[in-house]
Design a protein around this ligand. Structure first.
Ligand code: DOR
Length: 427
């Protein structure tokens, strides 16, 4: 059946809003123009809401297989749909790790059975994320693998990263890196700075991240590999990436909503909902991240959605696992605290969540166009809500944003022409 979405608005290139009607046939957008529905068409009234391209998140932890008490493919993708995300890229720090053709096929099968939105799984750079033996990058590249990463841990030696980049480049795939030099981490649990001193907690120095990015951009240069940096958190990292881009090195980078919205001073108690890796850094770092986004050094926003069980997070900063949930809060928080305050405009935010991340990996998503895939999200700007950790669809309730006031709530999400999320109140 064909579906006509009537009475919507869309965001134009120049940032203006325009009335819009859209027809979907067999998962694709066939028409964006005034439409006279035909007999048998399903007609959906969008109530004047803004219809945006579906958001694309290139950094999500779904936990399945192996960590189903934290999240499953079903719960994580429902959370994604509720957050307006239509394509998400799943990190490989699961058990087993997708590091060989069998585990990749099994994972793709689980995704097919359970996912509410499109999931593109990353494959690991090293077997079991152990940093010992490279995966069979050539062979795995023949499968529908779009990028390799050991996210959760850094690749510790330059020779291993050099070899991984050479092989990935030869097979036309990017290498995506969590940058962390273990020899500089000193078992830290927060940023090494004012708060680590005040709370007497072991600190993670900024240089543990930036030193590895500096190494890797040089390796990307000699291997001609596309190198993508995960969750940039320090001003020095931004500077290294900016310089590498100027030098013509193929580097792209992402920043999380929490590193944009918060800094170490948000930590006022031993509450592990503020514990993530990389940690919340200084106000100067936070400022540099926004500057990096605005000048194009950082290419996109990615959530690093990292759900953990309540029982794991209650133990406090010293022992709780790193990570916070992000899929359901990303757009409303960034819209409320960055667009509404005038720090950025809506077009910039939408681009950093759609066309920019899709463009990094040449994915055919993140835009609204005739002939394109019918992935979109309707957003309501009318009412004010409060982030409620207990109401999250994600199994992970570990958010530092509980109680924050937000506007700009996704009210319907469509993937491949199918409605995968609809806010009850707007039925
Ligand atoms: O905070 C984080 N959580 N950072 C990571 O690198 C891993 C992630 C996780 O898997 O929980």
């Amino acid at each position: 059946m064909n579906t006509v979405f009537k009475n919507a608005k869309r965001l134009m290139e120049d940032g203006s809003l325009e009335q819009c009607e859209l027809k979907v046939e067999k998962g694709n957008i066939t028409t964006i123009a005034p439409i006279v529905p035909e007999n048998g068409d399903d007609v959906i009234d969008c109530n004047g809401r803004l219809l945006l391209p579906g958001f694309v998140d290139v950094h999500v932890h779904l936990r399945e297989p192996g960590g189903e008490h934290k999240e499953t493919i079903a719960t994580g993708t429902k959370a994604a749909a509720r957050g307006g995300f239509t394509t998400i890229c799943a990190m490989p720090n699961t058990n087993p790790v997708p590091d060989n053709p069998e585990t990749v096929v099994e994972l793709l099968e689980k995704v097919k059975q359970n996912a509410a939105v499109r999931v593109l799984p990353y494959v690991s750079i090293t077997e079991g994320l152990k940093g010992e033996k490279l995966t069979d990058i050539e062979n795995l590249s023949q499968m529908s693998v779009f990028a390799f990463t050991d996210d959760g841990v850094g690749v510790q030696t330059a020779d291993q990263m050099l070899e991984a980049m050479s092989q990935a480049a030869a097979n036309g795939n990017p290498v995506v890196a969590h940058c962390e030099d273990n020899s500089l981490v000193y078992e830290g649990v927060v940023h090494q700075g004012e708060i680590s001193t005040r709370m007497n907690l072991p600190g993670i120095p900024s240089v543990s991240e930036s030193v590895q990015i500096a190494r890797d951009v040089l390796l990307a240069e000699v291997t001609d590999c596309h190198y993508h940096v995960c969750h940039v958190s320090t001003k020095e990292s931004v500077r290294v990436i900016r310089d590498a881009k100027k030098a013509g090195i193929q580097v792209t980078a992402e920043v999380t909503p929490h590193h944009l919205l918060l800094n170490e001073h948000a930590i006022t108690a031993d509450d592990a909902n503020f514990k993530m890796n990389p940690p919340l850094r200084s106000p100067e770092d936070q400022e540099a991240l926004l500057e990096g986004l605005l000048d194009g050094t950082i290419d996109c926003i990615a959530t690093d959605h990292a759900p953990h069980a309540e029982s794991e997070k209650v133990s406090g900063f010293r022992t709780a696992p790193f990570g916070i949930t992000g899929l359901e809060t990303a757009f409303p928080l960034l819209y409320t605290y960055f667009v509404r305050t005038g720090k950025i405009n809506l077009k910039q935010l939408v681009d950093w969540l759609t066309i920019k991340p899709a463009g990094i990996f040449q994915l055919p998503y993140g835009r609204l166009e005739e002939g394109g895939v019918a992935d979109f999200t309707l957003v309501s700007f009318d009412e004010e809500n409060k982030v409620d950790r207990n109401a999250l669809y994600s199994k992970g309730k570990n958010t530092p944003f509980h109680g924050w006031t937000v506007r700009g709530i996704p009210s319907m999400t469509v993937v491949n022409g199918d409605i995968v999320y609809k806010e009850d109140a707007h039925d």
